[in-house]
Write a protein that binds this ligand. Structure first.
Ligand code: PEP
Ligand code: MG
Length: 318
């Protein structure tokens, strides 16, 4: 976080030259949506729907889901809310969506993969999202977690379309999907990069292991290159690419992400004012230059140092 005084956010993220960058909130369950709305987030870039049902042994009914989703959507009238379909597995297992015979759950049947094993649950969730969206005035987008192939993206988008949900996108958090973002975004309406898992899988380092924190760093040049490649696919297809992993909440790294081509940043709500304050001091061309330097670095430490060294405005803000 930036040092110094407490900041507020006026509700519109932009760079110094006026380029819009949507600043959105990550939320878990209905209880998290009120603080996000109060913090002035432009909307929700990641609604982790599985958080509504952690600890349950049986799947929620469609009606129960509609109630949960409506409570969240009602907080954001007229604003964008990106609902992620259930992302069960590894660090956040749902009992009714887990296989107990896996030795490596981080590499197992998780995220969208659970929908091939329990297809009715995806259908019911999409039905519930579509019903809630029809009853509330939020601008509802839907995205799938842990997409790894073009075929999975195509299948998910077609299932969404069957429920009348046309703003259907994918999370890019598996390196294979980052490398195939062109064809994936030929099918999906948008992509949101999950830097927490993208870093874990690019670096082969468990995101929950503190002893691997140096590897689990989104400033790793290999991770930045995967993000750049994802943005290139978005540009080729004319589709927006956002970031919804923790990387978006680091103000200096957020500039690099914008320079790489990301057009929205979704983060924990309390980080939004600091990210907004730095963003509005730097032009998009300057962000691009920072991104070039970061991409050319050979280590996360070098990337951080070269970018910070080119930002004298940090001293002023601090
Ligand atoms: C991510 O992986 O970066 C992400 C945003 O999703 P989660 O942290 O819920 O896995
Ligand atoms: Mg993830």
């Amino acid at each position: 976080r930036l040092a110094g005084r407490r900041r507020t956010f006026d509700g519109t993220g932009r760079t110094a030259d006026g380029t819009r960058v949507q600043l959105l909130a990550n939320i878990g369950d209905p209880a998290g949506s009120a603080p996000a709305a109060a913090a002035g987030a432009e909307g929700v870039g990641l609604f982790r729907s599985e958080f509504c049902f952690l600890g349950r042994e049986t799947p929620p009914s469609v009606d129960e889901q509609v109630e949960q989703y409506r409570t969240v959507l009602a907080q954001f009238p007229g604003r964008k809310v990106v609902v992620r379909t259930l992302d069960s597995g590894a660090d956040k297992p749902l009992e009714f969506l887990s296989s107990d015979d896996e030795e490596n759950p981080a590499l197992g049947v998780r995220g969208l993969r659970t929908a091939t094993r329990w297809p009715d649950l995806l259908e019911e969730q999409l039905e519930a999202i579509a019903t809630a969206a029809a009853q509330e005035a939020a601008d509802v987008w839907v995205m799938a977690p842990m997409v790894s192939t073009v075929g999975e993206a195509e299948w998910f988008v077609s299932r969404c379309a069957a429920h009348g949900l046309d703003r259907a996108g994918v999370m890019i958090e598996v390196p294979s999907a980052a490398l195939l973002s062109g064809p994936i975004l030929g099918r999906a309406a948008f992509a949101s990069i999950g830097t927490n898992d993208l870093t874990q899988y690019a670096m082969a380092a468990d995101r929950l292991l503190g002893s691997l924190a140096e590897l689990n760093d989104p400033w790793q040049p290999a991770v930045l290159r995967l993000i750049a490649e994802t943005c290139r696919g978005g540009e080729l297809q004319g589709r927006p690419v956002g970031v919804c992993g923790e990387a978006a909440s680091q103000p200096v790294l957020a500039l690099v992400l914008v320079g790489l081509g990301v057009s929205s940043l979704s983060m924990t709500a309390r980080a939004i004012p600091d990210v907004a304050a730095l963003l509005e001091r730097v032009t998009v061309d300057e962000c691009r230059e920072l991104a070039r330097y970061a991409l050319a670095a050979e280590s996360p430490g070098d990337a951080r140092a070269v970018v910070r060294g080119r930002l004298p405005v940090l001293d002023e803000l601090g």
